[in-house]
Design a binder for this molecule. Sequence first.
Ligand code: ZN
Length: 177
Amino acid sequence: MMDEYDSRLMERALGAARSAIQNGENPIGCVLAVDGKVVAIGETRVACGGPACHGENSMIECLGHRIWSVASNAVLYSTLEPCLMCIGACINAGITKIYYGMDAVDGGGYALGAINAGLTNKLIIHGPTAHSQVVRLFQEYLTISRNEGGIQYARSLLAFHDTFHCKINKTYCKPYI
Ligand SMILES: [Zn+2]
C-alpha cells in the first residue's frame, strides 16, 4: 500500500506525465526516489525518439553506474505499469520496489517482475495505485494529440480498462515476496 509519502512521489510522476503531454507524447512519467528524495525524473519520448525511449529505461540509462550505489533503497514510481523492457532495466539496476499508477494493456512487465521476485526475493511491485488520475491524463491527451500512433495506443488502453477495470482494480496490491 502507498502511504502519504509514496502518494506525493506518485504525484511527481503524474507531473512528469503532464509534461509528456506538453511535448506531444502519451502521458507516461516516472520518478526514482532514494530515501524519499527524487534522484531522477523520466517521461516517455516514444513519439520523437522511438520505441525504446520510455521514461524508466531512459532514466536508468542516464543514471548509468550511479544507480548501483543507491538501488537497494531506490523506489520507482511510474504512472503506467512499466513494460517488459523497463522492468528488465529495473531488475538489472537493482531497484527493489516499484509503484505504478495504471495497468498497461499489453506489454506490461508485471509478470516478469513477479518471476524475478519469485527467484530472487528482491522485487516488490504495487499497482494500480492512481488509476483514475492516469485515465484522466490519457483522456486529456486524446483531446489534443494529432499523433496517430499515440492516439491508437491511448484509445486501446482506455478501452481495455473500460472493459476490465473492475476486475483489475480488486488486485490493488501485488506483493510477490
Ligand atoms: Zn517501458
